[in-house]
Design a protein around this ligand. Sequence first.
Ligand SMILES: [Fe+2]
Length: 389
Amino acid sequence: MSKVRVHRSPRVLITGIGSLEALGGEAVKLGASKACLVTDAGIAQSGLSEAAERELADHGIAVDVYDRGMPVPTLEAVADCVAHIEAGGHDLIVAFGGASSSEISKLASVLVGSGTTPLDIAGLDKAPRKRVPLIAVPTTAGTGDEVTAIGEFTAPDEPRRRAVISDHLIPTVAIIDPVLTISCPPGITAAAGMDAFAHNVEAFISVHATLHTDSLTRQGVELIAKSLRTAVFDGEDIEARDNMAIGSVLGGIGYGNAGLGAVHALSYPITARHHVPHGIANALIMPWALEKVMLAGLDYFGQLGVAMGQPMAGLSQREQAQQTVLTMRHLIRDLELPEYLSDVGVPATGVEQLADDAMQHTRLLANAPRRLSRDDIVGIYLRAAVRPE
Ligand SMILES: [Fe+2]
């Protein structure tokens, strides 16, 4: 059956070792004269952004560092950033860092000078246009934020995160230089890497996967399976860091177009209720959610295992899919990440509440190849709850 396929990504995507050197030239092409580099206090203090600031200055562009970025920003935080850019008269935003810089920057790029707030444009396709060009420069390999159309925020008295989803949020240019991820410590590299891995896997198996995304996400799975261990345990291995950076971008483009699924639907409540980092929550849920979901598409689960380098000769489709999930468990174990909810202090008694929360993520659950009932979801959480005797 044919279907129309739409593919969205930044206008310009620059990757590779040393690609940060393209920043100044790209900024000039966008007509910039005064840039606001949005980051967080940790990065600003670490000096990691200095090379980017120098690169812009060398091209005659004035740079002003705004270091109050935060992940899933509050309305006040977004308003503060927008006011700063309006007062400064900046004609370029550079989002430098992880989710703390990219989310607030993507929102600011459509809000500056508009007189509107994220609440006015929350939902799908409500942002009228991009007002200030945005160059995204990630410093971790994980979120894929630098290539997606989603900007999340929190509103007062609302426990759930809200989102603006619009093509206009997609950064104009994304520059992904693995050199910037070298200083990322092992634990964060592992967690962020599992997030990137989950993005590729979920986009690959999504009911909205397309011919545009399949080749990218299969490659993303392959690169991450091959390089995540090295990136975690030998962080200065630049080839492994480069593979992870590309794997993260491919996952971002993958889920930005094909969507996320059951793993994220079940992992978000673990993070929201129990403050488990997002990548770790994904790792905790992934084997058990996929074990259930795989029965709807055994053949493409086998393809995932092949992409992970697992020999499959002589195995039935059922065995191949099972082997894929087992290979994922080995990866998680090798990375020394927690494997069960009890390892991170989430009690089995909380499973019913988590299932209620997960059921709210209807958009994500609809992307999964298998329709999961509430009972299915409770069953997955129970499998994830406690290490068997
Ligand atoms: Fe994620």
